[in-house]
Write a protein that binds this ligand. Structure first.
Ligand SMILES: [Fe+2]
Length: 407
């Protein structure tokens, strides 16, 4: 395990390093950082008669089986989460995520590498035909080691919209779906996913009671002992994937501390842009420039910091970081829009100090504000990867100003 003294460790990298392909290549030599689509990477297809669409309509989820490529042929649907015929070497992604962790980077910095994006590229046509959804570019990756007592997320729905029925189309397809890819075998012993299938969930489309004193959705769905029989484990072989909607109750179980293999996985979100627009323009796909990959990974560092408990953050610190993040996000969205928050921006994302006064900061003032946050708050509370991540996020589109490097 490299120490923080290792020159490649996250704590020794600058913002410039974050957007320098050579740094990432030297960290994981088996992975690539380029903008050249390999000829071997072609979108998967689904043969006539396969039923991914029907299964996700019925249950709210389905293993992505029966996909095919011109060269590999059809993967039979066995109901056991058969591997998808990806063009890339998944073992290299697993090693990459482990290497990132050893150097202080959260697992989702695997988005710096082409192979992560190629997974999304190769499955996108199948997802579009099954759901009508396009890449939203919301992304996450996990390295869950049961020997360390680690687990994945607790029971939740990915979205709790104000009007849940409106997040489904007239034909029943969900306007938000996730593709969750197992990079190692995902089994109950290493925290595989569990779900409540939609037919056993009366609140799947209708929506939950979100009042302050309401129970969580899983408790509501399991009022009696017999209801626990609705819970379904979803083990997946390495290379298999699960497609599920934003309204499916799902979670990761607690594994066995004697199980030798971590559960390594990643997820790409696909949405109806009218419901949830992509994180950046789809014209940048399939292999976006490195500064956009970095900005996305940095954003996820902030968004998911509570879920992963990446550090011992005091609440005043967390609150200030949240406010800074919301302010930066609001400013980015309102730039060039006359200071008006765009339609659909949740009120809570419009921070108090930015609202009402129409105040805007210059680039220099913004930089100074971020540096203040880093100097006064983050540095005394070091969180692996977050300092660099936050810098990248706050500068957003300006990050490329700091380097001429483009790949
Ligand atoms: Fe989730």
């Amino acid at each position: 395990m490299p120490s923080p003294d290792d020159p490649l460790h996250a704590l020794n990298q600058s913002l410039e390093d974050l957007i320098t392909p050579e740094y990432w290549k030297s960290l994981c030599p088996n992975l690539t950082v380029s903008r050249s689509l390999p000829q071997t990477s072609t979108p998967l297809t689904e043969p006539p008669g396969n039923s991914i669409r029907d299964r996700v309509l019925r249950d709210g989820f389905t293993p992505l089986e029966g996909t095919t490529t011109p060269t590999t042929g059809v993967t039979p649907g066995t109901g056991l989460g058969a591997p998808i015929p990806w063009s890339i070497n998944l073992a290299h992604l697993v090693t990459g995520i482990q290497t990132l962790a050893e150097h202080g980077w959260p697992a989702w910095y695997i988005a710096m590498y082409d192979e992560t994006w190629l997974l999304g590229h190769e499955i996108s046509d199948v997802v579009f035909r099954a759901t009508g959804n396009l890449p939203s570019l919301d992304f996450l990756a996990w390295h869950v080691d049961p020997r360390e007592g680690q687990t994945g997320f607790s029971p939740h729905r990915d979205r709790q919209p104000a009007d849940p029925p409106s997040t489904f189309r007239a034909d029943g397809t969900a306007r938000y779906t996730t593709v969750w890819v197992a990079l190692t075998d995902a089994v109950p012993q290493n925290s595989c996913l569990y779900v409540i299938p939609a037919p056993f969930d009366p609140f799947y489309i209708k929506g939950d009671d979100l009042s302050a004193d309401a129970n969580d959705p899983l408790s509501v769905l399991t009022p009696t002992a017999r209801d626990y029989q609705h819970i379904r484990a979803v083990p997946l072989r390495a290379g298999a994937a699960l497609l599920f909607t934003h309204r499916l109750v799902h979670w990761a179980g607690r594994g066995d501390s004697l199980h030798p293999t971590p559960r390594v996985s990643l997820a790409w979100v696909f949405t109806d842009p009218g419901y949830e627009p992509p994180c950046f323009g789809l014209e940048n796909l399939p292999l976006p420039p490195v500064h956009l990959r970095a900005a996305l990974a940095c954003g996820q560092s902030v968004v998911y910091r509570k879920r992963f408990k990446t550090g011992e953050m005091a609440e005043p610190y967390a609150a200030k970081i949240r406010a800074e993040y919301q302010w930066a996000e609001w400013e980015r969205k309102t730039e060039g829009a006359g200071g008006e928050a765009p339609a659909g921006t949740p009120t809570k994302q419009k921070p108090e100090r930015a609202a009402g006064k129409g105040r805007k900061r210059s680039k220099a003032a913004r930089r100074a504000a971020v540096e203040t946050v880093v100097d006064e708050i983050i540095s005394p509370h070091p969180v692996e990867g977050l300092e660099t991540g936050l810098m990248g996020l706050m500068f957003g589109g300006d990050i490329s100003d700091l380097s001429d490097l483009e790949v």
